[in-house]
Design a protein around this ligand. Structure first.
Ligand SMILES: Cc1ncc(COP(=O)(O)O)c(C=O)c1O
Length: 434
């Protein structure tokens, strides 16, 4: 049946209030520079509509849980029983309730003393940094750290100090220069799938008296003996002050989480703006995540399959000449370079039924846009071979040999050039202290 909503057309006689120049010039600039000049009137993200046999590699549902019958049954039962709950800020929750129970279950799972559920990974990161930093706090951020961490630094009014990607020596030099502060990293970086050298970073934080925040959005559920995350896998649970995570990836729900001490939990709920001024999760989100936690722990075969799939794809694409920029995880990206080159890559892949996610500015520097493949546990051998075969066939069509990332690979420099380039652009984007 055709949806009524899709029949709605903008009413021609209705006009929005006109925007003054200081806003409308920005909007005009977007349409002129991005839509017309760069995307030739189209949109870099909007290519073909996936057909029935399309392979979707844009979902972060790494363990393929989004349609797990036990999780869906738990959520459906909760909707029928609890409706949409009380619709209020989490600050009003207390006593025995499923949300607080789940906070404690997740903490136990991650080998932490306590933790807080947030509305999203974005709210967890912005809320946490806002609650622990102020104008006098240096915050050392890996230049590829997730935007929500940078946003937290801004909202705290703190001093952002950029650190070259995965470069502990640079981190140490910066801390020695600017003093103890907060170090923020992603355990696995969402753009290229590179993994943070957490052991070295923890050692530096301890030696220099810094607080460490590790964003485990892409490693919770996927790393650790039972999915506890990379920090647990490396035996660092008692040495990392805060772990944050989006539960919209391997946990396939809509929420975020922060692991911390019991004393901090209470402070956070009363002092962090997103925790106070934004409504909390709905009962069926909580119930679904509770069921998901059981599945993540029990169904270890999903992690094994995920890692085997990711390893296979990385090995094959590397052998075909693609520079995977140090990916060691289930995130595998083809760095095509300019946005125009990325549109050519998108069309070459989509016309053969392969759909990934395009990353471009502001998620990457302008000249470093890319197509990200998120590998999942449900991909079959035949599907993996289909991806590899398409990537083999399109090499001339997308002019792989001319990509700057390919030339770096041939020079044996891997990801090295990224460091300088991303650093410079990150500095212009994020008002960085020298
Ligand atoms: C590393 C990282 N942190 C945080 C987030 C934000 O998570 P959410 O989508 O739950 O707001 C994302 C998702 O884009 C992410 O990749």
């Amino acid at each position: 049946m055709k949806s009524k909503v899709s029949n709605l057309r903008p009413a021609l006689h209705l006009h929005n209030a006109e925007l003054p120049d200081f806003v409308s010039l920005r909007v005009d600039q977007y349409y002129r520079e991005r839509v017309q000049n760069t995307w030739d009137g189209g949109h870099i993200m909007r290519g073909r509509t996936p057909g029935a046999d399309a392979l979707q590699l844009c979902s972060n549902d790494y363990l393929s849980l989004a349609r797990h019958p036990e999780i869906l049954a738990a959520m459906a039962e909760s909707i029928r029983r609890d409706g949409n709950g009380l619709l209020m800020s989490g600050i009003f929750l207390h006593g025995a309730c499923p949300q607080i129970d789940l906070e404690q279950r997740l903490a136990q799972f991650m080998q932490a003393e306590s933790g807080v559920l947030c509305q999203s990974g974005y709210a967890a990161n912005t809320g946490l940094i806002q609650a622990i930093a102020n104008e006098r706090t240096p915050v050392y951020a890996d230049m590829m750290a997730h935007m929500s961490l940078w946003e937290g630094i801004k909202s705290a009014g703190a001093k952002a100090i950029t650190v070259f990607h995965n470069d502990p020596e640079h981190l140490e030099r910066q801390v020695l220069r600017h003093g103890p502060g907060i170090v923020v990293v992603d355990s696995i970086y969402s753009t290229t799938g590179s993994i943070a050298p957490l052991r070295e970073i923890v050692d530096i934080c301890e030696a220099q008296g810094c607080v460490l925040v590790a964003d485990e959005s892409h490693s919770l559920g996927t790393y650790g003996p039972n999915g506890e995350g990379l920090v647990v896998e490396l035996g660092l649970a008692e040495r990392v002050h805060f772990r944050t995570a989006s539960l919209a990836k391997a946990f396939a729900g809509r929420a975020g989480y922060i692991s911390c001490s019991k004393r901090f939990t209470e402070y956070f709920k009363s002092e962090s703006n997103p925790a106070i001024f934004s409504s909390t999760l709905l009962p069926h989100d909580v119930r679904g995540l509770d069921a998901t936690l059981n599945i993540v722990r029990q169904e270890g075969w999903r992690r094994q399959r995920l890692h085997a799939n990711a390893r296979y794809l990385r090995t094959q694409l590397d052998a075909l000449g693609y520079n995977l920029n140090d990916s060691q995880s289930q995130i595998v990206s083809l760095e095509s370079g300019t946005e125009q080159q990325t549109i050519v890559l998108r069309e070459a892949l989509e016309s053969r039924g392969i759909f990934g996610s395009i990353f471009c500015a502001p998620a990457t520097p302008k000249s470093r846009s890319l197509m990200r493949f998120s590998v999942n546990a449900a991909l079959t051998d035949a599907e993996l071979d289909r991806i590899v075969s398409v990537c083999r066939d399109i090499r001339d069509e997308v002019d792989l040999a001319s990509w700057p990332s390919t030339r770096r690979k041939l020079r044996g420099k891997g990801n090295q050039a990224v460091v300088v380039k991303v650093g410079m652009e990150a500095q212009s984007r994020h008002a960085v202290a020298a």
